[in-house]
Design a protein around this ligand. Structure first.
Ligand SMILES: Cc1cc2nc3c(=O)[nH]c(=O)nc-3n(C[C@H](O)[C@H](O)[C@H](O)COP(=O)(O)OP(=O)(O)OC[C@H]3O[C@@H](n4cnc5c(N)ncnc54)[C@H](O)[C@@H]3O)c2cc1C
Ligand code: FES
Length: 299
């Protein structure tokens, strides 16, 4: 399936977002809630904001939207501090105002023809998967049944809880789940090589492959894969999807300057029916067909 992208340029908004609060998690991970009603109203799973972390820092930072509450006009972001920008953002307090550009980018396109949705999130690639799970939950009448698999090598930025939702094909002992998804009735499981209790011991893509291998061909024909995380994880996800012949959408990360399509600083090579083409991750993506960025046979 090719990912259908509606025209999106021109609909990026600039809003002064009010910090509602943030919570901190081990490994310098933070969950930030902002009030930005116009951006929250238009965000979709896979779209991101370009945020001024501190008024004295010239460059904005791109961060995915994890959840929106359109009634309260708020949006939630999960981030891990890498350098100076997000370090300054971690010091933002309730009542502060941050300039916020968004929502930006082409998000995930849920495929109703393949409603068994395998959502794979690695590290701070988890936020768009939480958003997508909630989107599919709202569209459950169309048959969507998401299964979310999350991987992290540092403690998860939430308190995992044992799942009560049985998922045939998941290896014994992998019982830890994302608490919010569990409360929604959306099945999830966690993977790590760091030995966290109740988690699958290995890569999240190995857990995905184990589940896919347990399905018969009729069930596999109803599966689609959606992924966000580090590039090696996305490449491994694309290979797993190719092995089981299921369509896959991936969200890419690239260094960004303008994030509105003007500088081409984020361009990556993508395979198209007319041959290779350069696409801007910010506005043409960040979500692409996995086969377009990780063609079969690529290392
Ligand atoms: C579309 C998109 C969505 C993202 N969503 C999230 C998210 O939800 N949570 C999260 O923790 N991180 C996310 N990232 C990565 C995040 O933007 C970078 O980790 C962050 O910009 C690093 O900033 P810093 O000030 O901490 O680090 P620094 O190293 O000080 O950053 C220096 C410069 O490099 C850029 N940069 C550094 N690493 C990255 C990177 N991986 N991707 C893009 N630019 C980078 C910064 O924007 C900045 O201009 C996303 C990136 C993209 C492109
Ligand atoms: S960051 Fe400028 S075009 Fe994408």
């Amino acid at each position: 399936m090719s990912v259908a992208h509606p025209a999106h340029r021109g609909s990026i908004l600039l809003e002064d977002a009010q910090v509602i609060g943030q919570s901190s998690w081990p490994g310098r991970q933070y969950v930030l809630t902002l009030r930005a009603p116009r951006i929250a109203a238009r965000a979709v799973a896979g779209s991101f904001v370009h945020l001024t972390c501190d008024e004295h820092l010239p460059m904005r930072r791109p961060l995915s939207v994890q959840r929106v509450d359109t009634r309260n006009g708020t949006l939630e972001i999960l981030y891990k501090v890498i350098g100076d920008g997000l370090d300054r953002l971690s010091r933002a307090a309730a009542g502060d105002s941050l300039s916020c550009l968004g929502p930006i980018g082409q998000g995930f396109t849920p495929n109703p023809a393949r409603p068994l949705a395998l959502l794979i999130g690695g590290g701070v690639g988890m936020p768009p998967m939480v958003f997508l799970a909630e989107t599919m939950l709202a569209r459950a009448a169309e048959g969507f049944r998401p299964l979310a698999l999350f991987g992290s090598e540092i403690p998860f930025p939430f308190q995992p809880k044992p799942s009560t939702l049985l998922v045939p094909g998941i290896p014994d002992g992998a019982i830890a789940a994302h608490p919010l998804l569990e409360d929604w009735g959306v099945a999830s499981r966690l993977a790590t090589q760091a030995g966290f209790a109740g988690c699958f011991a290995g890569y999240v893509t190995d857990l995905a492959a184990a589940w896919l291998a347990s399905l018969d061909s009729a069930t596999l024909a109803r599966v689609s894969v959606y992924a966000c995380g580090p590039t090696p994880m996305l490449a491994a996800t694309a290979r797993v999807a190719q092995r089981f012949a299921v369509p896959c959408q991936v969200s890419l990360e690239e260094f960004m300057a303008c994030a509105v399509g003007g500088c081409a600083g984020c361009a990556v090579e993508v395979q198209t029916p007319d041959g290779p083409a350069m696409k801007r991750v910010c506005v043409d993506g960040p979500v692409f067909d996995a086969s377009a960025v990780f063609p079969p046979g690529a290392p």
